[in-house]
Design a protein around this ligand. Structure first.
Ligand code: PEP
Length: 249
């Protein structure tokens, strides 16, 4: 039996008042369920409002979409992991494709961010995925493994065991194109095998989520694919009713 993980990445959407309205609506559609984990990654400026709106639903956990690798200091405009933790975050996205491809985040930086997350008591959700050119060149496996190893390079095996990973092909994010369930399974199996090596565990239990144009129409099929343990959802997580349909998949 899977215990799926559903993660909503709101990106740069939902001001505090919209977010509160979203939570009210979402909770009406989604009574507490023990058999799944639900995470929401609001914009950092909205985190406080969402923490407050969810105070009676500790089953739904929150995260931030990015952190700096230093804990504090002269880094104007950046999110600190310890401050995010103190503000209610329990998770953090590391290496999201938009961080890598819009903001030029490097593999080395993802490794430092994962270490900062773990230091601060945040659970990292490490995102990896290939571009269309890399996919067409047959490089999917090597790209994903390179990103995974770099992102997990500075944490201990037991800390890797309590992290999460998302496979998000860049060409599928926000495009309406998804990996086929079979293709997602193939890449997830590659990731799983590497996680076994990195953690030294024969049965590693790191949830591996699929992300990239997931919606209420394709969520069930993707989630049913072997080695797909959950879904990381951007655009389709912005509507409370649609998101509730996905998390009930
Ligand atoms: C994402 O932002 O992680 C994502 C998968 O976006 P979308 O669902 O919109 O493709």
């Amino acid at each position: 039996m899977k215990h799926p993980v559903f993660a909503a990445n709101w990106k740069m959407n939902h001001a505090p008042a919209d977010a509160k309205a979203f939570v009210r609506q979402f909770l009406a559609y989604f009574p507490r369920q023990q058999d799944r984990t639900v995470l929401i990654f609001p914009p950092a400026l909205t985190l406080h409002a969402v923490t407050d709106a969810l105070k009676d639903r500790p089953d739904i956990q929150l995260g931030v979409q990015n952190i700096h690798w230093e804990d504090k200091g002269a880094f104007t405009g950046e999110n600190s992991a310890p401050i995010a933790r103190a503000a209610g975050a329990r998770y953090v996205l590391v290496g999201h494709s938009e961080r890598r491809h819009v903001f030029g985040e490097t593999d080395e930086e993802t490794g430092k961010k994962t270490a900062a997350a773990v230091r601060a008591g945040l659970t990292p959700l490490v995102c990896v995925g290939e571009t269309l050119a890399q996919r067409n060149a047959g490089e999917t496996g090597s790209v994903v493994l390179r990103q995974l190893r770099a992102a997990l390079a500075h944490i201990e095996p037991h800390q890797i065991s309590s992290s999460l990973v998302a496979y998000e092909p860049v060409w599928a994010i926000g495009t309406g194109k998804t990996a086929s369930p079979a293709d997602a399974s193939t890449v997830h199996a590659i990731i799983r095998s590497e996680l076994r090596t990195l953690t030294g565990e024969r049965e590693e239990a790191v949830p591996i989520l699929y992300g990239g144009s997931v919606n209420s129409g394709n969520a069930t099929t993707l989630l049913a694919a072997p080695d797909v343990d959950g879904l990381l959802v951007g655009g389709a997580s912005l509507d409370a009713e649609g998101w509730a349909t996905i998390v009930r998949a």
